[in-house]
Design a protein around this ligand. Structure first.
Ligand code: GTP
Ligand code: MG
Length: 218
């Protein structure tokens, strides 16, 4: 992914949750590697990847540490391990599957109860290229979001197609803009200054990532 130079850097943990086969891994691979696989294998456990976006308006590079969880029911108990420290969560459904939309709503309920306060949640409808098979309308999603945001205003929604690539980058840019960048930068500066005071010799100008994108599995 091409990247403009920025002076500021912030890093956040992001988790993807959702029913198996909604396209979580496909969204991540489109975002990180700009590739799509028609026959992608179901994730086992979880996969870890990183990718950055730049926000020119705030002169900031936002690096995402991405946990792509497995949607199969037998891995459900692992999910808290991944969302426990997350700053953002994508709850993904397939626009052609009502059951997957219900499942995404269950994840949102669970996150609201168990995830860190202030987590940015994005409800993402994938497989937008299958518009003619759509089961979940944009109107009902808007209604659902409006209802939830009467309590707290922190849920965003988006649609995309990992297959065509439409909307994928927008999802991550929107999340990056909703994250507490100033707090993250302020916090890490304060940490670095404390380390320098203690003689740890941290170079405060080294605030940019060495690695822009990468992946590993576990
Ligand atoms: P688990 O790892 O089992 O949780 O599934 P997942 O949510 O990661 O789904 P995955 O990315 O493996 O995609 C499942 C299937 O849907 C694959 O065959 C993909 O090729 C297909 N797929 C993913 N995204 C899209 C999309 O945007 N459009 C279409 N038409 N197919 C998609
Ligand atoms: Mg997967």
């Amino acid at each position: 992914m091409s990247e403009a130079q920025t002076d500021r850097f912030a890093q956040f943990k992001l988790v993807l949750l959702g029913e198996s086969a909604v396209g979580k891994s496909s969204i991540v691979h489109r975002f990180v590697k700009n590739t799509f696989d028609n026959m992608r294998e179901s994730t086992i456990g979880a996969a870890f990847l990183t990718q950055s976006v730049t926000l020119p308006e705030s002169n900031t590079t936002v690096k995402f540490e991405i946990w792509d969880t497995a949607g199969q029911e037998r891995y459900k108990s692992l999910a808290p391990m991944y969302y426990r420290n997350a700053h953002a969560a994508l709850c993904v459904y397939d626009i052609t599957s009502r059951s997957s939309f219900n499942k995404a709503q269950d994840w949102i309920k669970e996150l609201k109860k168990q995830a860190p306060e202030g987590i940015v949640i994005c409800l993402v409808g994938n497989k937008l290229d299958l518009e003619e098979e759509r089961e979940v309308t944009q109107d009902e999603v808007a209604e659902y979001i409006e209802q939830l945001n009467q309590e707290e205003n922190r849920l965003i929604s988006s649609e995309c197609s990992a297959k065509s690539g439409d909307g994928v980058l927008d999802v991550f840019n929107t999340i990056a803009r909703a994250l507490p960048i100033e707090d993250a930068i302020g916090g890490s500066r304060a940490r670095q200054q404390r380390m320098v005071k203690r003689g740890a010799g941290v170079d405060l100008t080294r605030n940019r990532p060495q690695q822009q994108a990468g992946s590993s599995c576990c």
